[in-house]
Ligand binder design. Structure first.
Ligand SMILES: *Cc1c(COP(=O)(O)O)cnc(C)c1O
Length: 488
Protein backbone atom coordinates (compact mmCIF):
# COMPACT_ATOMS: atom_id res chain seq x y z
CA UNK A 1 0.00 0.00 0.00
CA UNK A 2 1.25 3.52 -0.75
CA UNK A 3 2.08 5.55 2.36
CA UNK A 4 -0.19 8.49 1.55
CA UNK A 5 -3.90 8.04 1.04
CA UNK A 6 -5.23 9.35 -2.27
CA UNK A 7 -6.90 12.77 -2.15
CA UNK A 8 -10.67 13.14 -2.49
CA UNK A 9 -10.12 14.51 -5.97
CA UNK A 10 -9.07 10.99 -6.98
CA UNK A 11 -12.36 9.33 -6.01
CA UNK A 12 -14.14 7.45 -8.77
CA UNK A 13 -17.51 8.35 -10.30
CA UNK A 14 -18.64 4.78 -10.90
CA UNK A 15 -19.39 1.81 -8.70
CA UNK A 16 -21.60 1.66 -5.63
CA UNK A 17 -19.53 4.39 -3.93
CA UNK A 18 -19.57 6.71 -6.94
CA UNK A 19 -22.79 8.51 -6.08
CA UNK A 20 -21.47 9.31 -2.59
CA UNK A 21 -18.36 10.88 -4.13
CA UNK A 22 -20.40 12.76 -6.70
CA UNK A 23 -23.11 14.29 -4.51
CA UNK A 24 -21.07 17.04 -2.81
CA UNK A 25 -19.29 17.76 -6.07
CA UNK A 26 -22.61 18.19 -7.84
CA UNK A 27 -23.78 20.63 -5.19
CA UNK A 28 -20.63 22.62 -5.85
CA UNK A 29 -21.12 22.48 -9.61
CA UNK A 30 -24.74 23.59 -9.37
CA UNK A 31 -23.85 26.48 -7.05
CA UNK A 32 -21.06 27.51 -9.40
CA UNK A 33 -23.39 27.42 -12.41
CA UNK A 34 -25.85 29.67 -10.59
CA UNK A 35 -23.12 32.07 -9.43
CA UNK A 36 -21.57 32.28 -12.87
CA UNK A 37 -24.89 32.94 -14.59
CA UNK A 38 -25.71 35.66 -12.04
CA UNK A 39 -22.32 37.29 -12.55
CA UNK A 40 -22.81 37.32 -16.32
CA UNK A 41 -26.40 38.59 -16.15
CA UNK A 42 -26.94 38.34 -19.91
CA UNK A 43 -26.57 35.97 -22.84
CA UNK A 44 -22.77 36.32 -22.91
CA UNK A 45 -20.04 38.14 -21.02
CA UNK A 46 -19.58 41.83 -21.76
CA UNK A 47 -16.19 43.08 -22.90
CA UNK A 48 -15.30 40.72 -25.73
CA UNK A 49 -12.35 38.32 -25.91
CA UNK A 50 -10.00 40.39 -23.68
CA UNK A 51 -12.42 40.41 -20.77
CA UNK A 52 -12.89 36.67 -21.05
CA UNK A 53 -9.15 36.01 -21.23
CA UNK A 54 -8.72 38.02 -18.03
CA UNK A 55 -11.57 36.14 -16.35
CA UNK A 56 -9.76 32.87 -17.03
CA UNK A 57 -6.37 34.25 -16.02
CA UNK A 58 -7.81 35.12 -12.61
CA UNK A 59 -8.46 31.38 -12.09
CA UNK A 60 -4.72 30.80 -11.68
CA UNK A 61 -2.29 28.50 -13.44
CA UNK A 62 -3.66 25.77 -15.69
CA UNK A 63 -0.86 23.32 -14.80
CA UNK A 64 -0.29 23.70 -11.04
CA UNK A 65 2.22 21.38 -9.33
CA UNK A 66 -0.09 20.91 -6.39
CA UNK A 67 -3.82 20.64 -6.77
CA UNK A 68 -6.36 22.79 -4.95
CA UNK A 69 -8.79 19.92 -4.36
CA UNK A 70 -11.97 18.91 -6.11
CA UNK A 71 -14.33 21.47 -4.57
CA UNK A 72 -12.10 24.45 -5.22
CA UNK A 73 -11.25 23.33 -8.74
CA UNK A 74 -14.88 22.79 -9.64
CA UNK A 75 -16.04 25.99 -8.04
CA UNK A 76 -13.36 28.17 -9.59
CA UNK A 77 -13.44 26.85 -13.13
CA UNK A 78 -17.16 26.15 -13.43
CA UNK A 79 -17.99 29.62 -12.10
CA UNK A 80 -15.59 31.17 -14.62
CA UNK A 81 -16.93 29.09 -17.48
CA UNK A 82 -20.52 29.95 -16.63
CA UNK A 83 -19.69 33.63 -16.15
CA UNK A 84 -17.91 33.62 -19.50
CA UNK A 85 -20.41 31.48 -21.40
CA UNK A 86 -22.59 32.28 -24.36
CA UNK A 87 -25.62 30.66 -22.78
CA UNK A 88 -28.21 29.36 -25.23
CA UNK A 89 -30.72 29.18 -22.37
CA UNK A 90 -30.88 32.98 -22.63
CA UNK A 91 -33.48 33.85 -25.28
CA UNK A 92 -31.17 36.56 -26.64
CA UNK A 93 -28.51 33.96 -27.45
CA UNK A 94 -29.77 33.11 -30.92
CA UNK A 95 -26.91 33.23 -33.43
CA UNK A 96 -26.36 29.62 -34.27
CA UNK A 97 -27.97 26.20 -34.18
CA UNK A 98 -26.72 26.16 -30.61
CA UNK A 99 -29.48 24.66 -28.52
CA UNK A 100 -30.17 25.13 -24.83
CA UNK A 101 -29.93 21.57 -23.51
CA UNK A 102 -32.78 20.17 -21.47
CA UNK A 103 -32.02 19.61 -17.78
CA UNK A 104 -33.22 16.02 -18.07
CA UNK A 105 -30.76 15.36 -20.91
CA UNK A 106 -27.87 16.99 -19.05
CA UNK A 107 -28.66 14.86 -15.99
CA UNK A 108 -28.68 11.74 -18.15
CA UNK A 109 -25.34 12.81 -19.60
CA UNK A 110 -23.92 12.86 -16.09
CA UNK A 111 -24.86 9.20 -15.74
CA UNK A 112 -23.22 8.51 -19.10
CA UNK A 113 -20.03 10.14 -17.82
CA UNK A 114 -20.12 8.25 -14.53
CA UNK A 115 -20.71 4.84 -16.11
CA UNK A 116 -18.51 5.66 -19.09
CA UNK A 117 -19.56 2.88 -21.42
CA UNK A 118 -17.51 2.88 -24.60
CA UNK A 119 -19.52 1.96 -27.64
CA UNK A 120 -16.75 0.23 -29.60
CA UNK A 121 -17.24 -3.22 -28.10
CA UNK A 122 -20.03 -5.04 -26.31
CA UNK A 123 -17.81 -5.89 -23.32
CA UNK A 124 -17.47 -2.14 -22.60
CA UNK A 125 -21.12 -1.25 -23.08
CA UNK A 126 -23.58 -4.14 -22.73
CA UNK A 127 -26.74 -2.20 -21.84
CA UNK A 128 -25.75 1.00 -23.63
CA UNK A 129 -25.19 -0.88 -26.88
CA UNK A 130 -28.54 -2.69 -26.53
CA UNK A 131 -30.26 0.64 -25.89
CA UNK A 132 -28.52 2.17 -28.89
CA UNK A 133 -29.55 -0.73 -31.11
CA UNK A 134 -33.23 -0.34 -30.18
CA UNK A 135 -33.50 3.44 -30.27
CA UNK A 136 -31.47 3.98 -33.43
CA UNK A 137 -33.79 1.58 -35.25
CA UNK A 138 -36.88 3.32 -33.93
CA UNK A 139 -35.57 6.79 -34.82
CA UNK A 140 -34.55 5.59 -38.28
CA UNK A 141 -38.04 4.15 -38.77
CA UNK A 142 -39.48 7.64 -38.19
CA UNK A 143 -37.36 8.86 -41.10
CA UNK A 144 -37.79 5.82 -43.36
CA UNK A 145 -41.20 4.37 -42.44
CA UNK A 146 -41.26 2.23 -45.57
CA UNK A 147 -37.62 1.15 -45.43
CA UNK A 148 -36.98 -2.61 -45.32
CA UNK A 149 -34.76 -2.32 -42.23
CA UNK A 150 -34.26 1.23 -41.02
CA UNK A 151 -31.15 1.80 -38.95
CA UNK A 152 -29.04 4.72 -37.78
CA UNK A 153 -25.51 5.44 -36.65
CA UNK A 154 -24.88 7.80 -33.76
CA UNK A 155 -22.47 10.58 -34.72
CA UNK A 156 -20.86 13.63 -33.18
CA UNK A 157 -23.23 15.75 -35.25
CA UNK A 158 -24.12 16.78 -38.75
CA UNK A 159 -20.52 17.04 -39.90
CA UNK A 160 -19.72 13.41 -39.13
CA UNK A 161 -23.12 12.25 -40.40
CA UNK A 162 -22.58 14.06 -43.71
CA UNK A 163 -19.11 12.53 -43.97
CA UNK A 164 -20.60 9.07 -43.44
CA UNK A 165 -23.31 9.75 -46.00
CA UNK A 166 -20.71 10.69 -48.62
CA UNK A 167 -18.50 7.75 -47.62
CA UNK A 168 -21.35 5.23 -47.95
CA UNK A 169 -22.23 6.63 -51.38
CA UNK A 170 -18.62 6.38 -52.50
CA UNK A 171 -18.34 2.80 -51.23
CA UNK A 172 -21.62 1.78 -52.84
CA UNK A 173 -21.19 3.57 -56.16
CA UNK A 174 -17.61 4.31 -57.07
CA UNK A 175 -14.36 5.94 -56.00
CA UNK A 176 -15.06 8.25 -58.99
CA UNK A 177 -18.11 9.63 -57.20
CA UNK A 178 -19.11 13.19 -58.12
CA UNK A 179 -21.00 15.35 -55.62
CA UNK A 180 -23.72 17.79 -56.58
CA UNK A 181 -25.07 20.22 -54.02
CA UNK A 182 -26.45 23.73 -53.73
CA UNK A 183 -24.66 26.86 -52.64
CA UNK A 184 -26.92 26.53 -49.60
CA UNK A 185 -25.30 23.22 -48.53
CA UNK A 186 -23.40 23.01 -45.27
CA UNK A 187 -19.63 23.48 -45.47
CA UNK A 188 -19.13 19.97 -44.09
CA UNK A 189 -20.29 18.52 -47.43
CA UNK A 190 -17.27 20.15 -49.07
CA UNK A 191 -14.99 18.95 -46.31
CA UNK A 192 -16.31 15.42 -46.67
CA UNK A 193 -15.45 15.42 -50.39
CA UNK A 194 -12.00 16.79 -49.62
CA UNK A 195 -11.36 14.31 -46.82
CA UNK A 196 -12.51 11.35 -48.90
CA UNK A 197 -10.31 12.29 -51.85
CA UNK A 198 -13.25 13.15 -54.09
CA UNK A 199 -13.36 16.08 -56.49
CA UNK A 200 -14.85 19.27 -55.05
CA UNK A 201 -18.65 19.21 -55.32
CA UNK A 202 -20.38 20.83 -58.25
CA UNK A 203 -22.18 23.73 -56.57
CA UNK A 204 -25.44 24.97 -58.03
CA UNK A 205 -26.45 28.55 -57.27
CA UNK A 206 -29.41 28.92 -54.91
CA UNK A 207 -30.54 32.51 -55.38
CA UNK A 208 -33.80 31.82 -53.57
CA UNK A 209 -32.01 29.92 -50.82
CA UNK A 210 -33.11 26.49 -52.07
CA UNK A 211 -32.03 24.08 -54.76
CA UNK A 212 -33.91 24.23 -58.06
CA UNK A 213 -34.78 20.69 -59.23
CA UNK A 214 -34.63 21.82 -62.88
CA UNK A 215 -31.08 23.06 -62.33
CA UNK A 216 -30.20 19.73 -60.70
CA UNK A 217 -31.69 17.93 -63.68
CA UNK A 218 -29.65 20.04 -66.11
CA UNK A 219 -26.48 19.56 -64.08
CA UNK A 220 -26.99 15.80 -64.00
CA UNK A 221 -27.62 15.74 -67.71
CA UNK A 222 -24.49 17.76 -68.38
CA UNK A 223 -22.27 16.02 -65.84
CA UNK A 224 -20.21 13.98 -68.29
CA UNK A 225 -19.82 16.76 -70.85
CA UNK A 226 -18.70 18.95 -67.98
CA UNK A 227 -16.05 16.46 -66.94
CA UNK A 228 -15.09 15.73 -70.56
CA UNK A 229 -15.14 12.02 -69.75
CA UNK A 230 -15.78 9.37 -72.35
CA UNK A 231 -17.10 6.08 -71.09
CA UNK A 232 -19.58 5.13 -68.41
CA UNK A 233 -21.59 7.91 -66.77
CA UNK A 234 -20.01 9.43 -63.69
CA UNK A 235 -21.69 8.14 -60.51
CA UNK A 236 -23.21 10.98 -58.55
CA UNK A 237 -24.39 11.85 -55.06
CA UNK A 238 -26.96 14.62 -54.90
CA UNK A 239 -27.01 16.39 -51.54
CA UNK A 240 -30.10 18.35 -50.48
CA UNK A 241 -30.67 20.28 -47.28
CA UNK A 242 -33.74 20.27 -45.03
CA UNK A 243 -33.10 23.35 -42.95
CA UNK A 244 -30.22 25.41 -44.29
CA UNK A 245 -27.78 26.95 -41.87
CA UNK A 246 -28.27 30.44 -43.26
CA UNK A 247 -32.04 30.70 -43.43
CA UNK A 248 -33.59 27.41 -42.33
CA UNK A 249 -34.97 26.90 -45.83
CA UNK A 250 -35.96 23.41 -46.92
CA UNK A 251 -35.01 22.25 -50.40
CA UNK A 252 -37.95 20.89 -52.50
CA UNK A 253 -37.32 17.31 -51.43
CA UNK A 254 -40.06 15.47 -53.39
CA UNK A 255 -39.08 17.11 -56.69
CA UNK A 256 -35.39 16.51 -56.00
CA UNK A 257 -36.11 12.86 -55.16
CA UNK A 258 -38.00 12.60 -58.48
CA UNK A 259 -35.07 14.14 -60.33
CA UNK A 260 -32.56 11.74 -58.79
CA UNK A 261 -34.92 8.81 -59.44
CA UNK A 262 -35.26 9.79 -63.10
CA UNK A 263 -31.48 9.82 -63.51
CA UNK A 264 -30.87 6.60 -61.60
CA UNK A 265 -31.80 4.64 -64.71
CA UNK A 266 -28.86 5.96 -66.70
CA UNK A 267 -26.38 6.81 -63.99
CA UNK A 268 -25.41 5.26 -60.64
CA UNK A 269 -26.92 7.80 -58.25
CA UNK A 270 -27.44 8.39 -54.57
CA UNK A 271 -29.45 10.98 -52.67
CA UNK A 272 -28.39 12.35 -49.31
CA UNK A 273 -30.48 14.79 -47.29
CA UNK A 274 -28.83 16.89 -44.67
CA UNK A 275 -31.67 17.36 -42.18
CA UNK A 276 -29.37 18.32 -39.31
CA UNK A 277 -31.59 21.29 -38.56
CA UNK A 278 -35.00 20.35 -39.93
CA UNK A 279 -35.08 16.63 -39.14
CA UNK A 280 -36.79 17.06 -35.78
CA UNK A 281 -39.87 18.51 -37.53
CA UNK A 282 -40.69 14.82 -38.02
CA UNK A 283 -41.82 14.66 -34.41
CA UNK A 284 -44.51 17.28 -35.02
CA UNK A 285 -47.74 16.41 -36.85
CA UNK A 286 -48.11 20.14 -37.53
CA UNK A 287 -44.74 20.46 -39.29
CA UNK A 288 -43.98 16.95 -40.57
CA UNK A 289 -45.37 17.62 -44.04
CA UNK A 290 -42.49 20.06 -44.66
CA UNK A 291 -40.23 17.02 -44.76
CA UNK A 292 -42.21 15.10 -47.37
CA UNK A 293 -39.69 13.28 -49.53
CA UNK A 294 -37.21 12.75 -46.70
CA UNK A 295 -37.91 9.04 -46.77
CA UNK A 296 -36.75 8.85 -50.38
CA UNK A 297 -33.14 9.59 -49.48
CA UNK A 298 -30.49 6.87 -49.27
CA UNK A 299 -28.99 8.57 -46.23
CA UNK A 300 -30.27 11.29 -43.90
CA UNK A 301 -28.39 13.44 -41.41
CA UNK A 302 -30.14 14.35 -38.15
CA UNK A 303 -28.79 16.41 -35.29
CA UNK A 304 -30.60 16.25 -31.96
CA UNK A 305 -28.27 18.79 -30.40
CA UNK A 306 -30.17 21.37 -32.46
CA UNK A 307 -33.97 20.98 -32.45
CA UNK A 308 -33.85 18.07 -29.98
CA UNK A 309 -32.29 20.04 -27.11
CA UNK A 310 -29.51 17.59 -26.32
CA UNK A 311 -26.15 18.54 -24.90
CA UNK A 312 -23.51 18.15 -27.62
CA UNK A 313 -23.12 15.61 -29.18
CA UNK A 314 -26.21 13.93 -30.57
CA UNK A 315 -26.00 13.38 -34.33
CA UNK A 316 -27.42 10.54 -36.39
CA UNK A 317 -27.09 9.17 -39.88
CA UNK A 318 -30.15 7.16 -40.88
CA UNK A 319 -30.57 4.64 -43.69
CA UNK A 320 -33.71 2.85 -44.90
CA UNK A 321 -31.91 -0.49 -44.85
CA UNK A 322 -29.23 -1.31 -42.28
CA UNK A 323 -27.46 -3.47 -44.85
CA UNK A 324 -26.30 -0.22 -46.45
CA UNK A 325 -23.97 0.18 -43.46
CA UNK A 326 -21.98 -2.97 -44.31
CA UNK A 327 -19.06 -1.04 -45.90
CA UNK A 328 -18.24 0.32 -42.45
CA UNK A 329 -17.61 -3.20 -41.10
CA UNK A 330 -14.13 -3.49 -39.69
CA UNK A 331 -12.16 -6.06 -37.66
CA UNK A 332 -9.80 -5.51 -34.77
CA UNK A 333 -9.11 -8.69 -32.89
CA UNK A 334 -9.09 -6.94 -29.51
CA UNK A 335 -12.57 -5.49 -30.07
CA UNK A 336 -14.57 -7.85 -32.28
CA UNK A 337 -12.67 -11.11 -32.76
CA UNK A 338 -14.40 -13.28 -35.32
CA UNK A 339 -14.99 -16.12 -32.87
CA UNK A 340 -16.58 -13.70 -30.37
CA UNK A 341 -18.92 -12.45 -33.09
CA UNK A 342 -19.67 -16.04 -34.14
CA UNK A 343 -20.46 -16.85 -30.51
CA UNK A 344 -23.08 -14.10 -30.49
CA UNK A 345 -21.35 -11.03 -29.06
CA UNK A 346 -22.65 -7.98 -30.92
CA UNK A 347 -20.10 -6.47 -33.28
CA UNK A 348 -20.17 -2.72 -32.71
CA UNK A 349 -17.03 -1.56 -34.48
CA UNK A 350 -18.78 -0.99 -37.80
CA UNK A 351 -21.25 1.40 -36.19
CA UNK A 352 -18.86 4.32 -36.21
CA UNK A 353 -15.62 5.62 -37.66
CA UNK A 354 -14.59 6.33 -34.09
CA UNK A 355 -13.24 3.70 -31.69
CA UNK A 356 -13.85 4.90 -28.12
CA UNK A 357 -17.28 6.50 -28.24
CA UNK A 358 -19.57 8.06 -25.63
CA UNK A 359 -23.03 6.59 -25.05
CA UNK A 360 -24.79 9.65 -26.47
CA UNK A 361 -27.86 7.52 -26.95
CA UNK A 362 -28.62 7.57 -23.21
CA UNK A 363 -29.55 11.26 -22.97
CA UNK A 364 -31.60 10.95 -26.16
CA UNK A 365 -33.44 7.89 -24.81
CA UNK A 366 -34.09 9.55 -21.44
CA UNK A 367 -35.36 12.72 -23.13
CA UNK A 368 -37.76 10.88 -25.42
CA UNK A 369 -38.99 8.66 -22.61
CA UNK A 370 -39.51 11.72 -20.39
CA UNK A 371 -41.32 13.87 -22.95
CA UNK A 372 -42.66 11.33 -25.38
CA UNK A 373 -42.61 12.18 -29.06
CA UNK A 374 -45.65 14.38 -28.35
CA UNK A 375 -43.68 16.35 -25.80
CA UNK A 376 -40.82 16.84 -28.25
CA UNK A 377 -43.36 17.91 -30.87
CA UNK A 378 -44.68 20.54 -28.47
CA UNK A 379 -41.17 21.94 -28.03
CA UNK A 380 -40.63 22.00 -31.80
CA UNK A 381 -43.96 23.78 -32.29
CA UNK A 382 -43.31 26.37 -29.60
CA UNK A 383 -39.94 27.12 -31.13
CA UNK A 384 -41.39 27.52 -34.63
CA UNK A 385 -44.19 29.67 -33.18
CA UNK A 386 -41.62 31.92 -31.52
CA UNK A 387 -39.89 32.39 -34.87
CA UNK A 388 -43.19 33.28 -36.51
CA UNK A 389 -43.86 35.77 -33.73
CA UNK A 390 -40.43 37.36 -34.21
CA UNK A 391 -40.99 37.55 -37.97
CA UNK A 392 -44.36 39.26 -37.39
CA UNK A 393 -42.72 41.80 -35.11
CA UNK A 394 -40.01 42.53 -37.66
CA UNK A 395 -42.53 42.79 -40.49
CA UNK A 396 -44.60 45.24 -38.44
CA UNK A 397 -41.59 47.47 -37.71
CA UNK A 398 -41.12 50.06 -40.47
CA UNK A 399 -37.41 50.48 -39.65
CA UNK A 400 -36.68 46.78 -40.25
CA UNK A 401 -36.86 44.54 -43.32
CA UNK A 402 -37.82 40.90 -42.99
CA UNK A 403 -36.07 38.55 -45.43
CA UNK A 404 -38.76 35.86 -45.55
CA UNK A 405 -41.30 34.02 -43.41
CA UNK A 406 -39.38 31.39 -41.43
CA UNK A 407 -39.53 27.84 -42.78
CA UNK A 408 -38.38 26.50 -39.41
CA UNK A 409 -37.08 28.88 -36.75
CA UNK A 410 -34.57 31.18 -38.44
CA UNK A 411 -35.45 34.83 -39.01
CA UNK A 412 -33.26 37.04 -41.20
CA UNK A 413 -33.76 40.77 -40.90
CA UNK A 414 -31.89 44.03 -41.29
CA UNK A 415 -32.45 47.70 -40.59
CA UNK A 416 -33.91 49.53 -43.55
CA UNK A 417 -31.27 51.50 -45.41
CA UNK A 418 -28.30 50.01 -43.50
CA UNK A 419 -25.07 49.23 -45.32
CA UNK A 420 -23.57 45.78 -44.87
CA UNK A 421 -20.83 47.22 -42.63
CA UNK A 422 -23.49 48.74 -40.39
CA UNK A 423 -25.29 45.42 -40.13
CA UNK A 424 -22.02 43.68 -39.22
CA UNK A 425 -21.24 46.40 -36.69
CA UNK A 426 -24.62 46.01 -34.97
CA UNK A 427 -23.97 42.30 -34.50
CA UNK A 428 -20.49 42.88 -33.10
CA UNK A 429 -21.61 45.68 -30.78
CA UNK A 430 -24.38 43.55 -29.26
CA UNK A 431 -21.86 40.73 -28.87
CA UNK A 432 -19.18 42.89 -27.26
CA UNK A 433 -21.63 44.54 -24.92
CA UNK A 434 -22.95 41.14 -23.87
CA UNK A 435 -26.52 42.04 -24.84
CA UNK A 436 -27.38 39.59 -27.60
CA UNK A 437 -25.79 36.88 -29.70
CA UNK A 438 -27.14 37.22 -33.23
CA UNK A 439 -25.78 35.52 -36.33
CA UNK A 440 -25.19 36.85 -39.82
CA UNK A 441 -26.01 35.54 -43.27
CA UNK A 442 -25.72 36.73 -46.86
CA UNK A 443 -28.90 36.49 -48.88
CA UNK A 444 -30.76 38.40 -51.55
CA UNK A 445 -32.84 41.40 -50.61
CA UNK A 446 -36.17 42.21 -52.22
CA UNK A 447 -34.34 44.01 -55.04
CA UNK A 448 -32.29 40.93 -55.83
CA UNK A 449 -29.02 42.24 -54.37
CA UNK A 450 -27.01 39.99 -52.10
CA UNK A 451 -26.68 41.75 -48.75
CA UNK A 452 -25.80 40.98 -45.18
CA UNK A 453 -28.63 40.12 -42.78
CA UNK A 454 -28.85 39.69 -39.06
CA UNK A 455 -29.84 36.14 -38.23
CA UNK A 456 -31.87 35.01 -35.24
CA UNK A 457 -31.86 31.22 -35.00
CA UNK A 458 -34.48 30.54 -32.37
CA UNK A 459 -34.05 27.27 -30.51
CA UNK A 460 -35.36 28.18 -27.10
CA UNK A 461 -38.86 26.78 -26.54
CA UNK A 462 -39.18 28.96 -23.43
CA UNK A 463 -38.70 32.25 -25.30
CA UNK A 464 -41.55 34.61 -24.43
CA UNK A 465 -43.12 37.33 -26.60
CA UNK A 466 -41.51 39.90 -24.28
CA UNK A 467 -38.07 38.39 -25.00
CA UNK A 468 -38.64 38.73 -28.72
CA UNK A 469 -39.92 42.28 -28.37
CA UNK A 470 -36.79 43.13 -26.36
CA UNK A 471 -34.58 41.56 -29.03
CA UNK A 472 -36.17 43.71 -31.74
CA UNK A 473 -35.69 46.78 -29.56
CA UNK A 474 -32.01 45.96 -28.97
CA UNK A 475 -31.44 45.95 -32.72
CA UNK A 476 -33.51 49.08 -33.33
CA UNK A 477 -31.52 50.93 -30.66
CA UNK A 478 -28.35 50.19 -32.64
CA UNK A 479 -29.81 50.78 -36.09
CA UNK A 480 -28.86 53.84 -38.12
CA UNK A 481 -31.44 56.63 -37.89
CA UNK A 482 -33.61 56.72 -41.02
CA UNK A 483 -32.68 59.57 -43.34
CA UNK A 484 -35.45 61.97 -44.29
CA UNK A 485 -34.94 61.29 -47.99
CA UNK A 486 -35.01 57.51 -47.50
CA UNK A 487 -37.31 56.03 -50.12
CA UNK A 488 -38.42 53.04 -47.99
C1 LIG B 1 -25.33 22.15 -37.91
C2 LIG B 1 -25.36 21.63 -39.27
C3 LIG B 1 -24.39 20.72 -39.71
C4 LIG B 1 -23.19 20.36 -38.88
O1 LIG B 1 -23.55 19.72 -37.72
P1 LIG B 1 -22.56 19.64 -36.47
O2 LIG B 1 -23.40 18.99 -35.45
O3 LIG B 1 -22.19 21.05 -36.15
O4 LIG B 1 -21.40 18.83 -36.89
C5 LIG B 1 -24.53 20.20 -40.98
N1 LIG B 1 -25.54 20.56 -41.77
C6 LIG B 1 -26.47 21.44 -41.40
C7 LIG B 1 -27.57 21.79 -42.33
C8 LIG B 1 -26.40 22.01 -40.13
O5 LIG B 1 -27.34 22.89 -39.74
Amino acid sequence: MPANPLPDAALLAGGAAGPRALRPLLDTVLDALAEGAAARCGPLPAGGPDAVTQLLERCGPTLPDHGTGALDALHTLVTALAAGAADPADPHCAAHLHAPPLAVAAAADLAASALNPSMDSWDQAPAASALEERLTRDLAALVHPRGPGPDALVTTGGTEANLLGVLLARERLSPRLALLCGANAHHSVHRAAWLLGLPAPTVLPTPRGILDPAAVHDALTGLDTLNCTAGPPTPVLVVATAGTTDSGAIDPLPALADTVAAHRRGRPSAFHIDAAYGGALLFSPAHRAKLAGLDRADTVTLDLHKLGWQPVAAGLLTVPDGRALAPLGHRADYLNAEDDTDAGLPDLLGRSLRTTRRPDILKIAVTIRALGTAGLAALVERTCDAARDLADRVAAEPRLTLHARPAISTVLFRPVGAADEQVAAIRRRLLTEGRAVLGRARARDHDGRTVLWLKATLLNPHAQPSDLAALVKLVLDQAPRPRKDSSR
